[in-house]
Design a protein around this ligand. Structure first.
Ligand code: DC
Length: 203
């Protein structure tokens, strides 16, 4: 049996960076599960049916830079409320979590629904204002024409939809270690995550 690490949290809290660094540190494979929902959302924006798109998703669909845009993120959050879409993506995520070499999965429901028996669980969060500022700077650096206000409104809208949905809402697992990155440099957040997982492995 492998070692599964579940890393959940809202958008732009730092979980992507932390997950990649944790996977590299332990030599585990990494799956950004948001990409699955983004790939389905992108297909819906292109006219596909959400449930059919989720049931027929292929590995190649995940390797697409256009999945990183704000429109696709919102579309992903909208398809993620559909129970049949979530159900179609469960087996792939669970199989990934149990690969023999160890795995890190980041998302919204990994510690609560996909992998409640994960050996380590983190919930990475930060205030909406801090997350929006990070996302704004990232989008600006990519040359996007956005305002701080619009990005904050977007973050809050997606938070509300992800937390209030009936199916697998965003929330920390009871046994998750909470890491609030609002006042932390990303390197410190990575070190805190590795320390929490290492402590759990040794106890
Ligand atoms: O992590 P992200 O921003 O790429 O995720 C995009 C959307 O996908 C997010 O707003 C909600 C959905 N999502 C989900 O419902 N469950 C997951 N495990 C991962 C993402």
């Amino acid at each position: 049996m492998g070692f599964a690490i579940a890393i959940d949290g809202p958008a732009a809290a730092g979980k992507g960076t932390i997950s990649k660094a944790v996977a590299a540190h332990f030599g585990f494979a990494h799956l950004d599960t948001g990409l699955l929902y983004r790939a389905v959302g992108a297909k819906v924006l292109a006219g596909a049916d959400a449930i059919e798109a989720a049931q027929n998703l292929a590995a190649d669909d995940l390797n697409d830079d256009s999945l990183r845009t704000g429109d696709v993120a919102q579309a992903a959050s909208r398809v993620a409320v559909i129970a049949e879409v979530r159900a179609a993506l469960v087996d792939f995520q669970r199989a990934f979590a149990r690969r023999s070499g160890g795995a890190v999965l980041d998302g919204r429901d990994i510690g609560t629904v996909i992998c409640p028996d994960a050996e380590a669980k983190l919930f990475v969060t930060a205030s909406a204002e801090v997350r929006a500022e990070r996302r704004f700077l990232e989008l600006q650096a990519r040359g996007a024409d956005v305002t701080r206000e619009a990005v904050l409104a977007d973050v809050k809208e997606r938070d509300a939809r992800d937390m209030e949905r009936a199916e697998a809402p965003l929330k920390p697992a009871q046994d998750a270690v909470l890491i609030d990155t609002s006042n932390m440099a990303i390197d410190d957040a990575v070190q805190a995550a590795i320390a929490a997982i290492t402590a759990g492995r040794e106890s």
